[in-house]
Ligand binder design. Structure first.
Ligand code: PLP
Length: 380
């Protein structure tokens, strides 16, 4: 009976009545339109007669999905002929290893890492298992609340590459420009702001991003790599950890996560057709972030932002309450209002509001109103 009732829900509102605003850092909120389309096509892809969950990864319908998704990524990001785009598995975490395995092994110099937060730290730690790592800057002394200036970096003259993290998901620190420093190829972990704004791909040697923050669901990771860097990979690499394998086989060296690729494709279409591309997406995201940062800035210290204002993130808004003992109550009250998953990461404490691409303006406005109300009722 229950299943029949669910199947009967054909109007958009029927299936969305119980939905709350999800501020989770990832897996994260998806665009409602994407969920609705996936639901509508769940039993049969249009004209195919079977579900995308059942489709062969070597069939024409999946050929089309993979090709359209890759093309849309190229169009959205303005990726030129110098770069390959591949979809792989293992999450961003596997890239922490694949990057040095392919780009550091056999190179004369070390790999430079900017340690701007937890993810930069983890990337450097994994790379050390593979080869020589040089930390060109580390923000640990101030618990990663800001980014360095060019003059503060200690770059190696012969670095194999420079690794940066465009947005530190846990600390809420984000580069406001393409972080180009020195002359070594730039490698960027874009996992938590991928497709949230335009970037100049031509400036990067390699970009990687898992999908489950801004671009879809867990299971697929996008790697954009400059063609000349593929020549660094050595033949002693395990086949599936060699970027050349994925390029040569068009992201189908083995069975790809077909559903995750399909959802990534739907999100690309949503950004392209509904959000005005990455320029529109960036405006939308900046406006949402400003709504919350304005509350922090006008709270007279009741709310204290973790990141310095010149580098605070449009994706993850991190802050503490004046009285730490109130954190729990704040989160509890938010949950009761349908604003979920606002608890900060234990290393930063306080509150983290992740407001990725798909977080609607209404969700942010509701959180803003709650923050103002909470301050008033707690002697702010
Ligand atoms: C989430 C995240 C990761 C880890 O991604 P997985 O897909 O879980 O391995 C790495 N880097 C950044 C910046 C992230 O936000």
């Amino acid at each position: 009976m229950e299943s029949t009732r669910v199947m009967d829900r054909t109007t958009p509102t029927a299936g969305t009545m119980e939905r709350v605003f999800n501020f989770s850092p990832g897996p994260a909120v998806l665009p409602l339109e994407v969920l609705e389309r996936a639901r509508d096509e769940m039993l049969s892809l249009p004209g195919v007669g079977i579900s995308v969950l059942e489709v062969s990864h070597r069939s024409p319908p999946f050929d089309r999905i993979l090709e359209e998704t890759t093309n849309d990524l190229r169009v959205l990001l303005g990726i030129g002929e110098d770069h390959e785009v591949v979809l792989v598995q293992g999450g961003a975490s596997l890239q922490f290893s694949m990057v040095p395995m392919n780009l550091l092994r056999g190179q004369p110099g070390p790999a430079d890492y900017l340690v701007t937060g937890t993810w930069g730290h983890t990337g450097a730690k994994e790379a050390r298992r593979e080869g020589r790592v040089h930390v060109a800057w580390d923000g640990e002394a101030t618990n990663y609340d800001h980014l360095p200036t060019a003059g503060e970096l200690q770059l190696s003259p012969d670095a194999a590459y420079l690794h940066v993290t465009s947005n530190e998901t846990i600390q809420g620190v984000q580069w406001k420009h393409d972080p180009v420093f020195g002359t070594a190829p730039l490698v960027c972990d874009c996992s938590s702001d991928f497709l949230s704004r335009p970037i100049d791909v031509a400036k990067y040697g390699l970009i990687y991003a898992c999908a489950q923050k801004n671009a879809g669901i867990a299971g697929v990771t996008v790697v954009i790599i400059r063609k000349d860097l593929l020549e660094r990979s050595r033949d002693d690499l395990p086949t599936m950890l060699d970027y050349r394998t994925h390029v040569k086989n068009g992201s189908r060296a083995n069975t790809p996560p077909v559903f995750a690729v399909y959802v990534l494709g739907l999100v690309c279409q949503w950004i392209k057709n509904r959000m005005g591309g990455l320029d529109g997406m960036a405006r939308h995201n900046a406006a949402k972030a400003k709504t919350l940062y304005d509350v922090l800035d006008r709270s007279g210290g009741f709310y204290h932002g973790h990141a310095r204002s010149d580098c605070r993130s449009d994706m993850n808004v991190t802050f503490r309450l004046r009285d730490e003992a109130m954190d729990k109550e704040f989160v509890k009250g938010a949950t009761a209002r349908g604003l979920i998953d606002l608890k900060g990461h234990r290393s930063v404490g306080g509150i983290r509001a992740s407001i990725y691409n798909a977080m609607p303006v209404e969700g942010v406005a509701k959180l803003r109103d709650y923050m103002i109300e909470f301050q008033k009722s707690h002697g702010g």
